[in-house]
Design a protein around this ligand. Structure first.
Ligand SMILES: [Ca+2]
Ligand SMILES: [Ca+2]
Length: 107
């Protein structure tokens, strides 16, 4: 019985790992100083971490996420942006690179 539980735990951990690869980063992981809001610096650091988003692009995205332009992204603003990104992702299934998310060229 104990052995069965260990196997289950292992499977759950593997499943979590696989699922997390395609999911959005948690708000708390971006808010590195735990201030409760994401500053532009924190956002740019997160966005540019994987190397395929430039600082200029990340700054532009920050401005889109910061809906009330006060220079800080609240959790509510981030959740709102995530929903928009998820919708765009659904609309373009073959674009798995999240660096393209949030870019709307049809202004
Ligand atoms: Ca912060
Ligand atoms: Ca804001």
């Amino acid at each position: 019985m104990k052995r069965f539980a260990i196997i289950l735990a292992g499977a759950a951990a593997a499943g979590t790992f696989a699922a997390s690869a395609g999911e959005m980063t948690a708000f708390g992981d971006i808010d590195t100083d735990a201030s409760g809001t994401i500053s532009q610096e924190e956002f740019v650091t997160w966005k540019t971490a994987d190397g395929d988003v430039t600082e200029a692009e990340a700054t532009e995205k920050f401005a889109m996420v910061d809906a009330d332009y006060d220079g800080e992204v609240t959790e509510a603003e981030y959740e709102e942006a995530k929903e928009d990104w998820a919708e765009e992702k659904d609309a373009s299934d073959d674009m798995t690179d999240d660096s393209e998310m949030g870019v709307d060229t049809d202004y």
